[in-house]
Design a protein around this ligand. Structure first.
Ligand SMILES: Cc1cc2nc3c(=O)[nH]c(=O)nc-3n(C[C@H](O)[C@H](O)[C@H](O)COP(=O)(O)OP(=O)(O)OC[C@H]3O[C@@H](n4cnc5c(N)ncnc54)[C@H](O)[C@@H]3O)c2cc1C
Length: 439
């Protein structure tokens, strides 16, 4: 508190030069705070929940640290991986050349330079006909020719149909990639964002397509180390501290709740919270109008605790069946833990949790053989896991029409779907916009 001055009316303000407040301690807010703190700017970050991390956080399950939802990264996540490198948590990551295994289908990219890795991977893929393989190669070639830019965005399913992609290829390769990356069913997902994902993963450098698996809980990956870094640079991180709304005051903003003043504010909260936070700020109306166009998609993660670790041939296995569930071996958290993640909306969410558990146990056993005794299970549904990544979304910029007010989050303007990379990029972008105003 040595940087803070009491104004006498219960309002506390930072006395440092150009103080910045950040609302929200998810990956976007933390990335923003780290970037600013590293540049010597005193930051104050307020997080409403008891713990940092937002939609990518640690959860305690009877003394075992698990994740609120199973996450997967890829080598193309340059900013997120760079941030973890800066904080020294990249040792908690495991890189593997891309391998997609679903019943009846295997695609493995060998360690060859791009684009040979994709070509060889397609040639050797199991479960695709020669017609499918040629169609996939042709699509990637055509997209490369036009720098992955579509003249007009449309639903990914329509785009794939117009590109004459065979149904088997869509069902086994493009559909699962789309739903996993965009968390939006292929029938309504944005073809342009789907192509952006292909550009940065399958068509990027060889290492871009690597799967990057977290081998520690999500709290260890970023939030814990980021909070320590920010505090080490003289910043302040407060959890359990909800900002109720922002109001203009003394050339800056007043943050109701913690009752602090700040010259600049980065709002890094979930977009659904923005009407409450910005509703009283003159000039913020266009931002709120833009957010009206966003809808949400859920993600379900089923955690299974077995008496002994089931044997996985690869740490990530597609289980087949509707909704393309993926199973992850998570012995890093606790021996015998498995996470099954199911993206997007679908009929699975209407089923009782016990029914889903039994269905996924059957699918897992069909791949791994008889399973060890199940000691416990837990289902976590994040209803607003991501924005629905539909065609032609208008996403708000980081800079807003309100001077001194910035946004950060996976939903801001960018060519990525709602991902850790999108959140980190957005946080860093807001920090850099602020740094430009300070120089
Ligand atoms: C189950 C699940 C699985 C996912 N899987 C993947 C994956 O495999 N790969 C991938 O790249 N991405 C994945 N994602 C998406 C990724 O987690 C998100 O894109 C990312 O975490 C969003 O970060 P954010 O900082 O933009 O927002 P958030 O994480 O929502 O952070 C916002 C923070 O603001 C806080 N806050 C809100 N209101 C206030 C207030 N008034 N005052 C103070 N604080 C406030 C919230 O508590 C929260 O901590 C997944 C998401 C979920 C939910």
């Amino acid at each position: 508190m040595d940087r803070l001055a009491d104004l006498g009316d219960g309002v506390i303000t930072p006395a440092g030069e150009n103080p910045v407040a950040i609302v929200g301690g998810g990956w976007a807010g933390l990335a923003c705070a780290v970037e600013l703190a590293a540049a010597g700017v005193p930051v104050q970050l307020f997080e409403a929940a008891k713990q940092l991390g937002g939609r990518a956080r640690r959860v305690d399950w009877q003394g075992i640290p698990i994740d609120n939802g199973q996450h997967l990264m890829v080598g193309a996540y340059r900013e997120a991986l760079g941030l973890m490198g800066r904080l020294g948590t990249h040792n908690f990551l495991e890189r593997r050349p891309l391998e997609l295994r679903v019943p009846g289908f295997v695609l493995r990219l060998p360690r060859l330079p791009a684009p040979l890795n994709l070509a060889a991977g397609l040639v050797l893929a199991r479960g695709l006909s020669w017609r499918d393989k040629l169609a996939a190669a042709r699509l990637m070639h055509d997209l490369k020719e036009r720098a992955f830019r579509l003249a007009r965005d449309e639903a990914a399913a329509d785009f794939l149909r117009h590109q004459q992609q065979p149904a088997n290829l869509v069902e086994r390769l493009w559909g699962p990639i789309c739903i996993a990356a965009l968390n939006t069913p292929v029938e309504i997902a944005s073809a342009q964002v789907f192509c952006n994902v292909l550009r940065d993963s399958l068509a990027g450098d060889r290492a871009d397509s690597d799967l990057v698996l977290n081998r520690a809980d999500l709290g260890l990956l970023l939030p814990d180390a980021a909070a320590a870094f920010i505090a080490g640079k003289g910043g302040r991180v407060e959890t359990g501290c909800k900002v109720e709304f922002l109001a203009r005051q003394q050339g800056g903003f007043r943050l109701a709740g913690p009752d602090v003043l700040a010259e600049r504010v980065v709002v890094a909260a979930h977009p659904a919270r923005l009407p409450d936070l910005l509703g009283r700020l003159a000039g913020a109306e266009p931002v709120l109008e833009q957010l009206d166009g966003l809808a949400w998609q859920p993600i379900l993660t089923l955690w299974l605790h077995f008496a002994t670790p089931p044997r996985f041939p690869f740490p990530m296995l597609g289980l087949g069946g509707g909704q393309a569930p993926w199973a992850f071996e998570r012995n890093d958290l606790h021996a015998g833990l498995v996470a099954i993640v199911v993206s997007a909306e679908g009929p699975h969410l209407a089923k009782p949790a016990e029914t889903l558990r039994d269905e996924y146990l059957d699918l897992l056993a069909a791949q791994l053989g008889p399973l060890p005794t199940l000691l416990g299970w837990k289902s976590i549904v994040e209803k607003r896991a991501t924005f629905a990544c539909v065609p032609r979304l208008r996403r708000p910029d980081n800079a807003t029409p309100v001077p001194g007010l910035y946004l950060a989050g996976d939903y801001t303007a960018g060519d990525y779907p709602a991902t850790l990379e999108g959140a980190v990029r957005s946080g860093i972008k807001s920090a850099r916009l602020i740094l430009e105003t300070l120089t």
